[in-house]
Design a protein around this ligand. Sequence first.
Ligand code: 4AD
Ligand code: MG
Length: 466
Amino acid sequence: MQRTLVKDALNAPGPLDAILLQGWVRTRRDAKALSFIELNDGSCLKGMQVIVDAALPDYANVARANTGASIEVHGKLVESKGGGQKWEVVAEKFTVLGEADHTYPLQKKGHTLEFLREIAHLRPRSNLFGAVFRVRSRLAYAVHQFFQERGFHYVHAPIITASDAEGAGEMFRVTTLDLENPPHTEDGKHVDNSKDFFGKKAFLTVSGQLEAEIFASALSSVYTFGPTFRAENSNTSRHASEFWMIEPEVAFCDLAGNMTLAEDFVKYLIRDAKEHCAADLAFFSQFVDKGLNERLDFVLQRPFQRCSYTEAIEILNQSGKTWEHPVAWGDNLQSEHERFLSEEHFKCPVTVYNYPRAIKAFYMRQNAGCEPGRETVAAMDLLVPGIGEIIGGSQREERLEQLRAGMMLHHLDEKNYWWYLDLRRYGSVPHSGFGLGFERMLMFVTGVGNIRDVIPFARTPGNAEF
Ligand code: 4AD
Ligand code: MG
């Protein structure tokens, strides 16, 4: 007999004479002549109530069905007499597949998130993490749907790479050299990297953007969606050493078009979650973030604000706030500034654009007509309430000489980017793109406050368990 998922059983149009459920025991309550078991199989937040009559030949098995045990139930789907649920299953055959004893760590509700991180191999069985990872799965699907519906092609950017896409030097090295006893150059002074696996130094990618630009210069509209790695030593609730990024890249598109795409994309993902993960979102707004529903609706209803970096600095300096990090024109915006802009000033997502050239990546397009000493590039960051930066992007420098100047300014060696420069030599076009941090988007949609709780197995400085 075929298994039915709890999600489908709960939505059954009518009673069923025969049904097979498989899952894990959440709770069990034994009354005199009956036992009540809540069976959860992860297909949805809710479990199915299973009733086992003490007169059943299998009833002896029930005593072994403790919280955490895996079970299989053949029975009838009948209308529930109790409140709280429409359907319940009256067991006819009851089997325990795998026992769980009193040491099972998820006995009671009310564990701290910190504790649950230590049992990342079991936390998907809790209500909160079941919901988080269902939303994660759904939104990954929606990412593809959004771009495929718009004629974008999916590009698999490499994970091992020799070039630093952000030029920020925050890369993890990939090597097969014997670190205790590496080969040396003939003069004995340096490690001979030509003897390494790839014949040169290699790293884990920080971004698939440069490769996406190659493909946008051929297929017009593309996106990547894959893991990216940053060896930045920031232990915050928004930074992970391994995270997933979505990077669209669009030929013949300028900064304004890029901002519109980013706004449409974020709104699409929110709408999709509301439509397909309603029960999970309701759970988050009850237990994680009371204002979640209103916040998501508010974000959908209004156009995102747009504000230049120069205006943003003025707003920050006229706010009357005392900042932990005071800001002047030319400084990077810190999290406190980003959050003030979106949470308190605009009270809505805001795209800040045209940042100082010196603080942004080498590939961003130089703006014309800047005051001397105030050169800017066509960069954009989307800032959202509760999180700050969720998207970073730009129009790219498509002019060869300007791009070389940008590389010089950022002390990058042209030799390592010869192919990237070639794109500006042959059929160069104006083009733009951005990166959305998938985990930050999940934090925004679920209200979960720590990035470690929206990724199955978080990698952060000092932590790579599981
Ligand atoms: O602003 P970033 O560094 O931009 C890029 O990597 C560009 N190449 C993107 C592009 O234009 N194609 O990163 C983009 C986004 C950030 O806005 C943030 O949401 C996320 O990636 N992000 C991180 N998420 C989690 N942990 C980290 N350490 C992150 N660093 C960036
Ligand atoms: Mg950024």
